[in-house]
Design a binder for this molecule. Structure first.
Ligand SMILES: *Cc1c(COP(=O)(O)O)cnc(C)c1O
Length: 461
């Protein structure tokens, strides 16, 4: 196929959008390990999940058999307002790099929340509404998930209570105001609105909060109010399921033009965008229909895949959530304070962790100054100001394209551009001022985190 036949942007027709999500677990021979009860260490049953999670979402969480799950029409209609998202051929970047590689990126930043998180937020809000709930609670760190959820809740007329890590609440007032504009109640965490928040405030007066603490508050808020449930924006299998729209659209668009990717690259925080992007491709790979090189990219300062341990661990520092088996750095691992590039979660989705352990995908870690260099280069030549998280994938896509330049290979590279970076300008400022540096945790730093992974028969003992 000649260059001119492939447009810069491959849009799909509305009629070509997926009507079902694809549940990758159905095609996995080695299923991801089940969530365990943190007290009994037994696999969680539906009735243990439903007091915390919406019923339909809990069912999706436990379903590792059904390959296709229909997307309800109300969700499809919402998707149509900002999807299909474009798959862009990065002709300008290719030319600048002088590479024979062909580079495509799937851009998920075309909505007010600025990221892919809306794909799952709208699904989760829909099921909460359908169950007749009054509202949902959640935590947010930097605010992308909270923003997406506020948009989704306002659309369905649900109450949305967001516990926002106090330091972000104070330092990132703009995301907070977007959430409030969509009607969410945003509380800086720790707060005196929950028992756990009050206890933490008493023990550590003046604390600026943490994601783990915000999760504990959000869970307590959900279980102590009639008609509320707790929702989560990444890591869980249900979130990867909803995010499969990214991969399904990408596959349809590439198939339409007869393009076969050699390599699929995505950034990995909790694993939801990567899990969604690769889902249908990994499905083909698992069924033996095609082969792809799949690469997860993570920060060198939070290297869950490349240096973590595969074990059951707590999903939160407050230890109120179920145990998940995953590549983890330990729930009390905290990346260095100078880390500005996002993707700071200590573990990775059980689905991706199993695939990685089965050597069906690879992982790379990259240092943040090189990530921001890639972000700058991409912004200047392709126009889009990327989120720092997304720039991890850009870094590896550029590196791989440069390798092709050396070897003369015409590889087709697809990467996920998860969002825009307008709310990350403090990080860009650090980079522009030459004040950004790299910190790679030492083995001793990592050991402190590993020591917080629970030990019980069958888990690290
Ligand atoms: C939240 C976020 C990520 C990382 O989360 P995953 O669940 O790993 O996808 C990546 N990019 C952007 C823009 C985000 O907001």
């Amino acid at each position: 196929m000649s260059k001119n036949e492939i447009p810069y942007k491959i849009y799909l027709e509305e009629s070509e959008m997926p009507k079902s999500w694809y549940n990758l677990r159905a095609d996995m021979k080695n299923k991801p390990a089940p969530l365990l009860h943190p007290g009994t260490h037994q696999p969680l049953k539906l009735e243990e999940l439903t007091p915390i999670f919406c019923e339909e979402l809990a069912k999706q969480e436990l379903d590792d058999k059904t390959p296709y799950i229909e997307i309800p029409e109300d969700i499809r209609n919402f998707y149509k307002m900002y999807r299909p998202s474009p798959l862009v051929r990065a002709y300008c970047l290719e030319q600048q790099l002088g590479t024979p590689a062909k580079i495509y990126y799937k851009f998920e930043g075309n909505n007010t929340s600025g990221s892919h998180k809306l794909n799952s937020a709208i699904a989760q809000a829909y099921y909460a509404k359908k169950q007749g709930l009054k509202g949902v609670t959640t935590e947010t760190g930097a605010g992308q998930w909270g923003t997406a959820l506020s948009m989704a809740c306002s659309y369905f007329g649900l109450d949305c209570q967001v516990y926002m890590v106090k330091v972000s609440y104070e330092q990132k007032p703009f995301r907070r105001e977007v959430m409030r504009t969509y009607g969410a109640k945003v509380t800086p965490s720790p707060s005196n609105t929950t028992k756990v928040g009050r206890a933490i405030l008493e023990q550590f007066p003046g604390t600026t909060g943490s994601l783990g603490c915000a999760i504990s508050e959000a869970v307590e808020a959900a279980t102590s109010q009639e008609g509320y449930r707790y929702v989560l924006g990444s890591v869980l299998a249900q979130v990867l399921l909803h995010q499969s729209v990214i991969g399904l659209e990408t596959m349809t668009a590439l198939d339409k033009y007869g393009v076969k990717p050699d390599m699929i690259i995505g950034c990995a925080g909790g694993g939801s965008n990567l899990g969604g992007l690769i889902a249908p491709f990994m499905g083909r790979k698992l069924r033996g229909e095609a082969d792809y090189q799949i690469i997860a990219v993570e920060p060198a300062s939070c290297p869950s895949f490349t240096r973590g341990i595969y074990a059951y661990d707590f999903c939160d520092t407050g230890h109120v959530c179920p145990l998940a088996k995953m590549y983890t750095l330990g729930s009390e691992f905290i990346p260095s304070a100078n880390h500005a590039g996002g993707l700071r979660y200590h573990g990775l989705s059980s689905v991706l962790s199993q695939l990685y352990d089965d050597k069906l995908m690879e992982a790379r870690s990259v240092e943040q100054t090189s990530v921001f260099k890639a972000a700058e280069q991409f912004a200047r030549i392709e126009g889009i100001l990327p989120a720092p998280e997304s720039a991890h994938a850009i870094r590896v896509a550029i590196d791989e394209a440069l390798k092709c330049k050396e070897t003369g290979e015409e590889k087709t590279i697809v990467f996920g551009l998860t969002g825009t970076g307008y709310f990350d300008l403090v990080a860009y400022q650090k980079f522009n001022d030459g004040e950004m540096n790299d910190y790679i945790p030492t083995d001793a730093d990592l050991k402190k985190g590993f020591d917080t992974i629970p030990r019980f028969p069958g888990n690290l003992e």
